[in-house]
Design a protein around this ligand. Structure first.
Ligand code: NCD
Length: 316
């Protein structure tokens, strides 16, 4: 996949994964996102010409709130013509394959596709079928990857803690096993040289493959939170309860939920992050989610800037 997303000169052709992305490419995207900040939040309109005349389609085969709307806004703020395709109201319902849907939109002259898909590796599979001038951006595929979420998380950490991650203690909490966000963040944190990565959650929700190589892993949040600089809380996916993997929301919250008292054990200036959607009172209490150490809404704002940088990198 790494080879597939870079062209022969090392330029980003598609955005498929952060796994194996060279550090200068990753840092270049973060720098570019930081430079897009003012136009991302609508303070300036100086980037409206960047993708003028370029058609971009958000092609979502799974639900989304933040990712889809921020990609749409990002493309609009770069001046692109943006259209949106929703699998639940389209010919996908009539049995059209994803490849045919993509080819049809490509025939209309769409050059950029932002794709979310329930299957692992689906965006890379589709990338192998498109015309040379067509670019795909992965907006989340199965449990594998969510590169723009990883980038916005790294941008948020940079803004809070600076660009040198080597002294940082970062902890990811929750259902890592089923989380494309966690997998993506782990790749990025390693590439950027995070000092220590801790992973905490119920044993049956932690992956048993090499996903956690090099991390400190455990299930005791009260002990592991000691001195942590960055807390990345993951959504507890309700479907895990019906699978019997979590006894109850209350039991989960009691052991792995973040409340103000637990947060006091982390470093005094620790930041709290969450990719959304939040289950309030499960992963984090209202007091923490809305408190002074929460960077959750800044993550959302950074999502627009990062997606502008990513669209510009592949299509500009
Ligand atoms: C995440 C996703 O869909 O992967 N949401 C998001 O994009 N911010 C996380 C989740 O749904 O748990």
């Amino acid at each position: 996949m790494t080879a597939q997303q870079l062209d022969s000169t090392g330029r980003l052709r598609h955005l498929l994964t952060l796994e194996g992305m060279p550090r200068p490419v990753l840092e270049g995207l973060l720098d570019q996102a930081q430079a897009c900040h003012d136009s991302a939040i609508g303070r300036t309109t100086d980037r409206r010409e960047v993708l003028a005349g370029t058609a971009v389609c958000t092609l979502f085969f799974e639900p989304s709130t933040r990712t889809r709307s921020s990609f749409t806004l990002a493309a609009q703020r770069l001046g692109a013509d943006v259209m949106s395709f929703d699998a639940s109201t389209s010919s996908a319902k009539k049995g059209e394959t994803d490849t045919d849907t993509l080819r049809n939109l490509e025939a209309m002259g769409v050059r950029g596709f932002v794709i979310r898909h329930p299957d692992d590796g689906a965006v890379a599979r589709l990338a192998a079928t498109v015309k040379p001038e067509t670019c795909l951006l992965n907006a989340g595929d199965g449990r594998s990857g969510h590169p723009t979420q990883g980038l916005l998380d790294m941008l948020t950490i940079r803004q809070a803690k600076g660009t040198d991650f080597s002294a940082l203690k970062v902890m990811i909490v929750g259902d890592v096993k089923h989380s494309r966000v966690a997998r993506t963040d782990l790749h990025a944190l390693r590439t950027l040289g995070a000092g220590e990565i801790r992973v905490c959650g119920p044993a049956n929700l932690l992956p048993d493959d090499d996903t956690l190589a090099g991390c400190t892993v455990g299930d005791d949040l009260d002990a592991m939170i000691e001195g942590v600089d960055v807390l990345m809380m993951l959504r507890l996916q309700h479907e895990r309860m019906s699978e019997g993997l979590v006894p109850s929301l209350e039991a989960y919250h009691a052991r792995w939920g973040l409340n103000a008292e637990r947060l006091r054990r982390a470093a005094p200036d620790a930041i709290v992050m969450h990719p959304g959607p939040i289950n309030r009172g499960v992963e984090v209490t209202d007091e923490v989610a809305d408190g002074p150490q929460s960077w959750i809404l800044r993550q959302v704002a950074n999502g627009v800037a990062v997606r502008m940088a990513a669209l510009q990198a592949v299509l500009g």
